[in-house]
Write a protein that binds this ligand. Sequence first.
Ligand code: NAD
Length: 495
Amino acid sequence: MPKITHYINGGRYTGNPSGTVDVHDPATGESVGKVLLASVSDVNAAVDSASHAFSSWSTTSLARRAKAMYEFRNLLLENQDSLVNTITREHGKVLEDARGELTRGLENVEYACGIAEVLKGSFSESVSTRIDVKSIRQPLGVVAGITPFNFPAMVPLWMIPNAVACGNTFVLKPSEKDPTPSLILAQLFTEAGFPPGVLNVLQGDKLAVDSLLTHPEVKAVSFVGSTPVARYIATTATTHGKRVQALGGAKNHMVVLPDADLDLAADAAVSAAYGSAGERCMAISVAVAIEPIADALVSRIKDRIEDITVGPGTGTDSTMGPLITREHRDRVADYVRQGEEAGAKVIIDGRSSQVDPRGYFLGPTLIDHVTPDMSVYRDEIFGPVLVVVRVSNYETALQLIRDNQWGNGAALFTQSGAAARRFELQADAGMIGINVPVPVPVGSHSFGGWKNSLFGDTTMYGPEGVRFYTKAKVVTSRWPETESGGLQLNFPTNA
Ligand code: NAD
């Protein structure tokens, strides 16, 4: 059984693990490797390596940093098949979806290639007599990233490129459920010319995370995962004096107005609800149908679900793969039972899907006549379950979004520019889609939700990512021509 190691100081690292856990292929249930779980001494080794690398990396020119980043981009493209196959083997998503994840991750690498432009700072000449002021941004030091299972390549790439391009060094703690893609990223990083210690990968569980959160050398923590853990990370890291951005769970609503193109809306709902088996923080999990179109929308969604082929991610005709673990599959199936018992109508029941029983499969599920008090509406299910809530007007739909504990994404389907504009301004979520069901911003903007979808002040990647990974400094300088100017004990004013 292959041992899945850490990657510290430019090479694979075994250290003194506190234990190991099996990594499974979700399509077959077979173990594909054993991942090491870091002990405190392993965490210290990773942080020491990053800390040691920081002094020279932070003073390396922007030109050299950008060159290595550009080389990393090329290597990612050259090695994409290996990455895509590894993602599918450990996560289960279909190959094309894994390729899409990588493509979206690459956007952040490409943004970081332009770091010289992004970090230009600002300068004011002669703000006062013979006095100039410049504002610059400097790196923080060692920064840590803790990432979820659902995007084992893309989410690390939301963090690492900007952090490193800004001059920081990085310790990544990926999900222990699909840990190998991060090792490939680290290997390619080294091949691209980044010095040892600039990127370290630490495999592990809560012990590793807690040690990072309390380590005095770690200056900032980026986290993506479930809401309870995000809240815990934000509280603990802040208490230990670190900068934090902790992105949590979601329940994304797609509101369909009566004037919408219902075929477009149904295509979008099905793609956004069942892509990656619903294991996306930007998946659409609630369709809010504004009457009188609910029957027409549900019937179109139902027709399209019948075209989905559930199977192993490597299958040539599979369009939806398995869930990440057997426990998670059973938990999602239990939500369907709860919805049924609460009086909702199960239109398509994924529990009856017939695929390899060794794998963690659940078919796409559509539940209609759901009300906000039901657990299928209240909770984040994180599986291939789309619930339909029928409402009589736009205000009620908007209120559902406002009352929801999460605020990651929200989408509106309409043909009215005025309605779209109203929704953009009124919807209580951080990322809005207009006739776009999964409005994940491109790498030159920034990603993050509101309410329980984000703890901390700064969203991730793009310009906000650069702000998160740098601290501001303002330099005020005077170069007198001749005389000293004399003493001045009053508070300085400008003249
Ligand atoms: P998770 O919270 O279980 O795990 C995320 C990371 O935290 C992993 O590295 C894990 O090892 C670590 N972890 C887990 N429990 C911990 C604990 N008690 N203490 C310290 N560390 C702990 O999340 P997951 O199941 O891997 O991912 C799915 C969740 O991530 C969903 O809720 C999804 O919505 C969310 N997610 C959010 C976004 C976003 O951008 N908002 C993006 C992707 C995923």
